[in-house]
Structures are given as C-alpha cells and as structure tokens.
Design a protein around this ligand. Sequence first.
Ligand code: CS2
Length: 477
Amino acid sequence: MPADTAPRLDRVAPAPKVGIVHLGLGAFFRAHGAIFTEEAIAASGGEWGILGVSLQSAGTRDALAPQGGSYIALELAPEGVKPHAVQVIAGVLVAPEDPEAVLTAMADPAVQIVSLTVTEKGYCHEPSTGALNLTHPDIVHDIAQALPRSAPGYIVRALQRRKAAGVAPFTAMTCDNLPHNGKVLRGVVLALAREIDPALADWIAEKGRFPATMVDRIVPATKPEDIAQVEALTGCHDAAPVMHEPFRQWVIEDSFVNGARPDWGAVGAQMVADVTPYEHMKLRMLNGTHSALAYLGYLAGHETIADTMADPVFARFVKKLWADEIIPALTPPPGESLAAYAEALAARYANPAIRHRTWQIAMDGSQKLPQRILGTLAETFAAGRTAPGLVLAVAAWMRYVGGTDETGAPIEVKDPLAARLRALSDGADTPEGKVAALLGLRDVFSAEMAALLQAPVTEAYGRLVDLGARKAVEEVV
Ligand code: CS2
C-alpha cells in the first residue's frame, strides 16, 4: 500500500503514566529498554511510562507525535520477520526547543528514573580517562547558564531543582556502551555539579544512584526501505519503526534510589551486584570486533556486517580475534562460556536480515576505540603477548579517518574529532608520520599506549596501503 493511502499508525491503549524520562530517544533504546520496560509493566505493574527527550533534532518527535508515541518494532530473524507495536512512550520533548519543559519533567517527583542513550560523546568526557572535559563547549555553557544543553547538564540542573524542592533524586541510569558507565556518569555529574554548587555535589554523592548497565541488541539505523517494509507488513504507515535482531540482553546493577524501578528482572533482564565482567565481555567481544569489522570491512568494500561475514577471509579473521586476541585477556562473567558467546556472536553478525552498515558502526571511532580495542591491547602487551588483528584494526581506523578509501573515493567520516583527525593525517606524508600524529591524540591514546603502538601500527598501516584491507586481513588469519 503506498504511503499516502495507508492509515497512520496510532496507539490502541492510553499512554501509561510517566515514571521514567529517557534522554536520547534513538532507535536503540526504542528497540531495547523501552520494550523491556513495557513488558515489565505488563508482568508486574507500576507507573513506568516513558517520556522521551531528544537532545538534538526534532525528527523522532515529529514522527512519533502523530502516532501518539506508538511505533512498530520489527524483529528480523533469518527465518522471518515479526512486527510488534510498542506503546510505552507517553510523549517526546525536543530539548533545544524547550529546555524548561525538560527540566520541569525531570524535576517531577513522579519521575524516579532518568535513563540515557546519548552515545559515547554525549557524556562530554575524555574517552582515555573518563573525566569530565571542562573545556567542552556544552559544559562551559552549562556551568554558566541555568538552561542546559548537555545530558550531564540536564541531570545536574534537574537534581538542583529536586534538592531545592525537598524531593529525592531520581536514579540516573546510563545505557551506553561505555566501560564502567555508571561510574563515568556519576563522575561527570558530580564534577559538573561541583562547578555549579559544591553542596549540590555533596547531596548527589550521598543520595544519588548511578547503576551500571550492559545493554545489547543489534539495531541498525532505520532506512526508508524499512518504513516501506513495515507498511507492507502491517498496512499502517509508521514514520519511525525500529528494526532489531531477536537477541537481547540487559544486565543491570541493582542500585536504585528507594529501590524504585520496573520489574525488569521478571522479563529477562539480569539484576546483578557487579556488571563489570559482563560489560567487558560485551564491549570487547561484540563492540570491539564490530569496530574492527567496520573499518576493515568498509575499506575492503563491504557495505554491511553480514556482507563482511559472508566473506570467508573476514569470517576467519573475526573468529581469530575472539579466540587468540580477545578471550585470552578476559575474565568471564559467572557461569558464562566465552567460546559459546563468540559462537553466538558469529551467528548474530551473519544474520542476513540485519542490514547493519559498516559505515554506521565506523562512526565516532575516537570515542569508541579506547573501551572496545585499546583496553584489550593494553592487557595483551602487559602480558607479553601480541595481537596483530587488533593492531590492524587500529591501523584501519587511522586509514579510514584519513578520509579516502582504497579506490580513491572520499569517505564521509562522522566523528566529533573528524576535522582534527583529517588534519593530523594530512599533515604527514609517510605511514610512520601519520600514525605518530594520530597516536598523539591524548584524548584517545595514553602516552604509554601510543609508545607501544607506534611500531606495530605503522607496520600494519603500511600493509593496508600496499596490499589493501582484504589482503592485509588475509595475512593475519
Ligand atoms: C555498534 C553498536 O554502532 C556501533 O558502534 O557496535 O551499536 C552495537 O550494535 C550494539 O552495541 C549492540 O548491542
């Protein structure tokens, strides 16, 4: 049915009463946390409707508002697709349009959780250390102005209102792929609060809760053809469906203000005392290889992760990364087999129904490399081992941010540091010079890491230039 004749999707049940404000209402959260929460309400009750907040653009709000906040989540399994209507989003605010409305909502005593998927760069921290970047323009703004721009700014200013009104703080729960994400969020919030009002920082430190989480579900960005597919399947026009794989995992540190939270444990989330081993496993085994496949696969001309996995050289490569380079540096979470986890990942990556672009995953590499790849490398070198595949991935990132692919075509590099990365790469003529310049980025590479990487990454970069990515990968498998 063409878009102009299909009726618009709408909600069939009234919106639930809001108990959660979610910052960063992207496809990932709508296909993961929102669905878990809707199921938890169905299983155990509770007023946990979600008010979504877009911190940047109005696109999601404009798409969801005429649908009463409802949307279709389409599960994409190799054996077929399954649509499911999600109705837990009660409304969407666009922060830059009305910051006051966002703060008012976050200060409402009925809101007990503020969750976040604002991507790595949304924490305004230094990726190599985790500390708040006090020179970040949004942070400079948020220290001076009462109406904020950044996610940490919204949290601090809303908590300031709650403290002034004698209301308990909300739990601030990060759902981004950062190591020790709860600690990082707590750190940036306390650092910002301290700049604004030290007594506020003390109150948050004492009463606030910042649980760590590990989130996992592969959710490629929605494409125009996905909208058409959902319309053909359901007979309704949904301007913002989400496409996701069947697999999902959510591990949550069970630390909430007054213990108030949806009963996520009843619907498959793992409520644990320590998320760290899960977080390391997922960030290094999934996200680490995702990034490695993204840079090398893109340079080799592969459009998606499934296409890359269909190339036998890359399928061997990723298995080698797991078995020889990543697993040896990991401690498994209780009861988990890392070999079985790797096998399951290989099947998830190969799912041909998921069109997850290498270009999409390649985005924001400067914010992703430390926790995805450099942590494994640091531990590998410290143990006296080598990791030629991960070293090649770092070299591929450097080649990628140079902005030209192997056919000489330009690459659209999306990264908060894109201009700096390009200038550093362009400023040197030799592989050695380019690698040295990029390793000088202290927000990504510590001085120690840079010294360890200089020789092997230069060598790998040279091979990428001389042989091309596919042959260079073939050499290490
Ligand atoms: C991906 C992740 O885009 C990326 O960087 O590695 O979004 C990945 O798909 C999710 O973390 C899976 O849970």
